[in-house]
Write a protein that binds this ligand. Sequence first.
Ligand code: SAH
Length: 235
Amino acid sequence: MRIILVLGFLFKVIFVFLPAMTVQDTYRHKGLRSRLVQNLKQKGITDKAALNAIGKVPRHLFIESGFVNFAYQDKAFPIGAGQTISQPYTVAFQSQLLELKPGEKVLEIGTGSGYQAAVLIEMGADLYTIERQSELYKKTTRLLKSMGYNAGFFLGDGYKGLPAFAPFDKVLITAGAPFIPKDLLLQIKPGGWLIIPLGEKEQVMTKIVRISDDEFEQTEYGKCAFVPMLEGIVK
Ligand code: SAH
């Protein structure tokens, strides 16, 4: 009996406590992050606030442990529940298209790993974020709060948005939407806009500005690939 207890304790130390202690934000991670920022600049990202935020947010803490050593490569990775964390270039590009001013009220659809949310909060957004998968919603809300990133966290269907908290200055969809969700358009302030990867298998990054109550203007920014935006909640 005692042996089992001792073995159990050793198991915990080796597989639970030690890994948790070793996953911190070190100088090595900071160095890798500043290389990533240089890489994103070379790929054409110019928005200072977005680059600054990516330089600050420890992406390795948002990724499953098996991929931690690759966290600062410009790649997408699995985050569980069949979903992915977007590649840093995509996060930077979408953040840049938002042209955020500090304090702006932003709605993100697809909390996922929480990485994009952390970047937006570092950029000064007053953030509201919705996730449809309760597994990710719970895990990510806990992680972001433990890192001091505060936002309105919601388990829900992003197609419906958050009418009770509307209007928003900007809305960002981080999943591939087969069509433009009407409810979301109506939750944007006139003068504000929606960034949406629009399309089924492949998407086109699209900006839809709400010019007035009933006038919208659409601009396209090239091809991209996202996991699909799906209806309903997964308990
Ligand atoms: N912003 C995330 C990207 C995650 S991938 C990050 O930085 O990691 C897209 C996420 O959108 C997935 O977690 C998926 O479950 C979620 N999603 C898809 N359709 C949705 C919907 N209708 N409402 C809310 N979230 C949705």
